[in-house]
Design a protein around this ligand. Sequence first.
Ligand code: PLP
Length: 387
Amino acid sequence: MTHSGRHFLQIPGPSNVPDTVLRAISMPTIDHRGPEFQELFSHVLTGMADIFDTANQVVIYPATGTGAWEAALVNTLNPGDEILCFETGHFSSLWKAQAERWGLRPTVIPGDWRTGADPQKIQAALEQDTGHRFKAVLVVHNETSTGVTSRIPQIRQAIDAAGHPALLMVDTISSLGSVDYHHDEWGVDVTVSGSQKGLMLPPGMSFNAVSQKALDAHAKSTLPKSVWDWTEMLASGKNGQTPYTPNTNLLYGLKEALRILHEEGLENVFARHERFAKATRAAVNAWGLEVLCTNEAEHSPVLTAVVMPEGHDADQLRALILEKFNMSLGAGLSKLKGKVFRIGHLGDLSDLTLAGTLAGVQMGLQLAGVPIKSGGVEAALEVLKDS
Ligand code: PLP
């Protein structure tokens, strides 16, 4: 079927790229050893430190988030180190699997994929570790596979209450720039992030924010590192340079994305995402369907995972909505395949984009014969209108 109008990309990242960012990216590539690049790179390094809310210099990689995950591990840890991971969903499991491939030895606190990393369970595991075998605690801030946002300040408190020296590493790949976050204030040692979600850029750029404690660990870390080596990245970054060829055009895009975020104001951006999530949940509840996240304090501001009623397949629904309404929704990942679909409401979208998205979901559910109550879209509109 051919479609008029724009495709609705309502997956939880990559998110829609604003037109001005696309235009910025289309500028001619410049000499990355020249003065113009130096100014650009210094500018975006400062801008990204603001977004992470850190006083330290950040690291920018020409890689997707998976690269920045690996960078966090190989820059701070030693072969065979034990680490503590909390299983929040698909992405926490992938990060853990990556650590295993590096010869690290993860202990996993199992989760139910419907709630976030439990600070009490982390505290209990660390209190038992009197010999301080665990060198790092790995947590995904916004678990993109489930729509659950873990409470990082409480996890920091849990580590402190246990008096444990492990590094705290946090994946903010699908939260940074959409959800309130403070690397320094929250005592995070390594924050990992990516370009293609809250930062409204195409995929292909990722980040590490670091604490002094992480830098001290880095100085002693013996895992092999080359492309990811913080020492070289930080040293050249100080002069507005990179150790190897950067993805210059994405950096133009980043400069523009930072401008857009600052123009709206980060607090307003965060509040807008909360509103979108609230309106989406109002629709899901009015349809009589279930939101996957079961903890009121942990609903994700950037996406909502919706549980399909027994006997209905989420992937068939997504295929129908794509065919009929030209809209992409997020699939259920690994053990949630076919069981949930995910509505992305992050990045560059307005009240009316969300209303259109929910209208498409509602029509799709009706056409697929999923038993829903009427009034879902109206319930969302009430939230958008009144807040
Ligand atoms: N972590 C989270 C929370 C993610 O959502 C993703 C990707 O969606 C990743 C890690 C992996 O990042 P990438 O696909 O950019 O390598």
